[in-house]
Design a protein around this ligand. Structure first.
Ligand code: GLY
Length: 336
């Protein structure tokens, strides 16, 4: 199934098809130098499958984890491309999750002021969210995504088959972002999470999430307004995530927690049930003071209050200004 993302000159298709990885040569022009970026946590077979379809491919594997979204690794990638004689007409292909997509995308955006970029996301999180919409970045001095570019891929290839090797915890981690989109934008998708078995409905959940993400990005590519709804639950989520070393949670797991205080009381109870079904936490023993400091640090550029998205009814969102002190009180809702 092809889903068109309409963005004028840089419109592109998302191919959502079982088995598409095995036929990506018919979906991407691989008849040139191809720099395939993957990470050590992604089953090797996926990058190899792409490389086997290239005449002149090179697989570059970075260590798994957020640490690879660094200026140092970014420089290593660019240097390797220079060494291999990549030119303006060659391309970069990301095969992996959000870290690989962000890093490879920014590399493609920067090399010779931008060469073709293709994304083949291999996690639920990247299939439903990060591979679509052209956000690319690396981190600097502990600040996430602070150096980057909006750079749309030429095509995104989503093969749900690759999820067969993904651990259950990673499936739920990605589904947290799909729950996020259902809450702000699609009541029917939230119904699926509430009333059906997500394992049986995985394709439909991914497809519906892609449609939401595409629609938001089409309306607000550069995040001047509407696209902020995709950050629903992320302000508190990021604050908890910054203690990642201490609590060991994944991004989606933190977003799941971060959404709870931003829902009305009645909906919050329904969301707790959904999170339980997905094996996602709805409360956590964390240090409120450090989370609050992380939150104020993260948002310090935005003045004394922050624009946030709240949801009272699935599928409908409201935007509000919230002071830091109000956030402090909200943290208690998820504190165990
Ligand atoms: N994941 C948030 C965005 O793409 O805007």
């Amino acid at each position: 199934m092809d889903i068109r993302v309409n963005l004028g000159d840089h419109s592109y298709d998302i191919i959502f098809e079982h088995g598409s990885l095995n036929k990506c040569a018919s979906l991407i022009n691989l008849n040139r130098k191809v720099f395939i970026v993957t990470d050590s946590g992604v089953p090797e077979i996926y990058a190899k499958t792409v490389n086997a379809q290239c005449k002149n491919g090179y697989v570059y594997t970075v260590p798994q984890g957020e640490g690879s979204k660094s200026i140092e690794v970014f420089k290593e990638l660019l240097s390797k491309m220079l060494e291999l004689g990549f030119g303006r007409k060659d391309c970069v292909v990301a095969v992996g999750g959000g870290v690989v997509g962000d890093l490879a995308g920014f590399t493609a955006a920067s090399f010779m002021r931008g060469i073709d970029f293709y994304n083949i996301p291999t996690t639920v999180l990247s299939q439903v969210d990060s591979s679509i919409g052209g956000k690319t970045a690396v981190n600097l001095n502990g600040i996430k995504n602070i150096v980057g570019a909006f750079y749309q891929p030429k095509r995104v290839i989503i093969d749900p088959e690759v999820l067969n090797t993904l651990p259950e915890r990673q499936i739920s981690n990605g589904l947290a972002e799909a729950v996020k989109m259902s809450l702000t934008s699609d009541k029917e998708l939230f119904d699926i999470f509430e009333n059906e078995d997500h394992r049986e409905k995985l394709d439909e959940i991914i497809y519906k999430s892609i449609l939401i993400k595409k629609s938001v990005v089409e309306q607000d590519e550069k995040e001047k307004g509407l696209r902020r709804i995709l950050n629903f639950g992320h302000t508190i989520g990021h604050a908890i995530e910054s203690e990642e070393e201490l609590n060991g949670l994944y991004h989606g797991e933190c977003v799941a927690l971060g959404m709870l205080p931003m829902c009305g009381k009645e909906l919050r109870a329904r969301l707790v049930n959904v999170l339980n079904k997905l094996n996602l936490k709805s409360s956590l023993d964390f240090n409120e003071e450090s989370a609050f400091l992380a939150l104020t640090h993260d948002k310090k550029g935005e003045g004394s209050s922050v624009k946030v998205t709240k949801v009272l009814t699935p599928g409908e969102f409201i935007s509000e200004e919230m002071t830091f002190e109000e956030f402090r009180a909200l943290l208690k809702i998820i504190k165990r």
